[in-house]
Design a protein around this ligand. Structure first.
Ligand SMILES: [Fe+2]
Ligand SMILES: [Fe+2]
Length: 471
């Protein structure tokens, strides 16, 4: 069992007190983090008490504490999941050997890179979402936004701990740079494209937490397989928190669907925009956008880096140990999409080289589940509309589809056809403006903005009309 030191300056279960140098280094990073939070964290309500969950342990019998907290006083801590005794490497060239408690020299720069890329997304999303509290559709939603934000902050802490603890001087420099890159900064942007776009409205926020946080889930789940045990244990615990972020997205979009159906009934019309709602085809366009940019985050279909990371044991597949194969993948192949003169075809490649595609496939299956739920809501209400995930080649900017136009149904089309139809597929400026026009902050407990239905239950057994944020 690991001991939790909850009263330390930096709450932790990694015995920071037993490593004075490390503790001092992290305590020097802490005020920089707080300054970053004050500057680029939530832009409004930042000093109001918010009913937040704080990680205080990692055990099965409860790991979180709920209470009203002013966010700058949130207890961001470092928590790793309990070690698994005698854990062995589950895949790659070192399969069957003991996992590593220190970083092997030959993998040092690759591991550092993986940690930095993951870590960079965490504060990026806080920056992207910083203006949303002003237009929260309810106190319940505002609280969920802040919950996601503080936990992304904790995920940054998780990665910064690894950098400080295991990567010496370069690790400390990387940790500082996490606070120097900023989402959308033309001179010093965040590392990944999708994390440099603003999250301009709450529909985008729900879509982001549904689709983009879910990319995070798959990246973390594959790093949880890592032979570098501290990384594995860190990611394992982050995934617990991440589940709530995707819940916010899945239920958020679900509530918009519900409200749209209500408005369609009330006004006997499919067009609910004049009545302060969001049309179903607009939701489809937002799905098309957020899904396609999130698919890009998995990288190119074939990748030598991904193959090397797997062979080295740094990054596995989703649920590696549940897979029924040799976990080395030296002699197997799989099909990946390819764009040729004949159109979109499949080509056979070494399975080891196609691990990005394998992870993307798992992600796609997972995305479909929420879509099915939203569609069931519509079917139950007798609404003849189905949200569909577009073809994997639609609106892509990374990999084989880059530079090609693909319709949502998966037809390779000309530039001309694309520009003639794109307004049917992606949100137009007018639609984005409509969504924006519906964004008004609602701060009376239990009240909801007119474009979204209330949630079916509150948070942590509190009622929906609980004062989640004290004003
Ligand atoms: Fe995160
Ligand atoms: Fe998240």
């Amino acid at each position: 069992m690991t001991n939790v030191d909850i009263d330390a300056k930096i709450p932790n279960n990694v015995d920071l007190a037993g490593d004075r140098r490390l503790q001092r280094a992290l305590e020097q990073w802490q005020p920089k983090f707080i300054r970053w939070w004050e500057d680029l964290g939530p832009a409004a309500f930042k000093h109001n008490p918010v009913y937040l969950r704080t990680a205080v342990d990692v055990g099965r019998e409860g790991w979180a504490h709920f209470d009203h907290v002013e966010m700058p006083e949130y207890r961001w801590g470092v928590f790793l999941a309990e070690p698994e005794p005698d854990r062995k490497i589950a895949f790659g060239d070192h399969k069957g050997q003991d996992v590593w408690q220190e970083v092997p020299g030959e993998y040092r720069s690759d591991l550092r890179r993986l940690i930095v890329v993951q870590g960079d997304t965490e504060p990026a999303s806080v920056e992207q979402q910083r203006h949303l509290s002003l237009t929260a559709p309810s106190l319940y939603d505002m609280r969920n936004l802040f919950q996601v934000n503080v936990e992304e902050g904790r995920h940054l802490w998780a990665m910064v701990y690894l950098l400080h603890r295991y990567f010496g001087r370069d690790g400390r420099d990387e940790a500082d740079e996490m606070l120097e890159r900023h989402s959308g900064d033309p001179d010093n942007p965040r590392i990944l494209g999708a994390f440099n776009e603003e999250t301009p409205d709450w529909l985008s926020f729900y879509m982001f937490t549904y689709f983009t946080d879910r990319d995070g889930k798959y990246q973390l789940a594959s790093l949880r397989e890592s032979a570098f045990d501290p990384l594995s244990r860190t990611c394992d615990f982050m995934l617990k928190e991440e589940a709530h972020h995707m819940f916010v997205g899945a239920t958020g979009v679900g509530r918009v669907v519900e409200r749209t159906i209500e408005l369609m009934r009330e006004h006997d019309s499919e067009d609910v925009h004049p009545h302060g709602g969001m049309n179903l085809d607009l939701l489809q366009k937002y799905v098309n956008f957020h899904y396609s940019v999130s698919l890009d985050l998995f990288g190119a279909e074939t990748s030598t880096n991904a193959a090397n990371y797997f062979a080295a044991g740094l990054k596995g597949r989703f649920q590696e140990e549940r897979r029924d194969d040799d976990h080395v993948l030296k002699s197997t192949t799989r099909l990946v999409p390819d764009v040729t003169d004949e159109g979109i075809v499949e080509k056979e490649v070494a399975e080891l080289s196609a691990l990005n595609e394998t992870l993307r496939d798992d992600y796609i299956d997972d995305c479909q589940k929420g879509i099915d739920r939203w569609n069931r809501t519509m079917a139950k209400a007798g609404v003849d509309f189905e949200i569909k995930l577009p073809h994997v080649g639609f609106h892509r900017n990374v990999g084989t589809f880059r530079g090609h136009h693909v319709s949502p149904e998966g037809r390779l089309i000309s530039d001309e056809d694309w520009y003639a139809s794109v307004t049917n597929w992606l949100p137009t400026d007018a639609e984005r403006a409509h969504v924006k026009s519906l964004m008004v902050g609602v701060t009376e407990p239990g009240k909801m903005a007119g474009w979204v239905a209330p949630p079916s239950t509150g948070i942590h057994q509190k009622p929906v009309d609980f004062e989640y944020v004290k004003l």
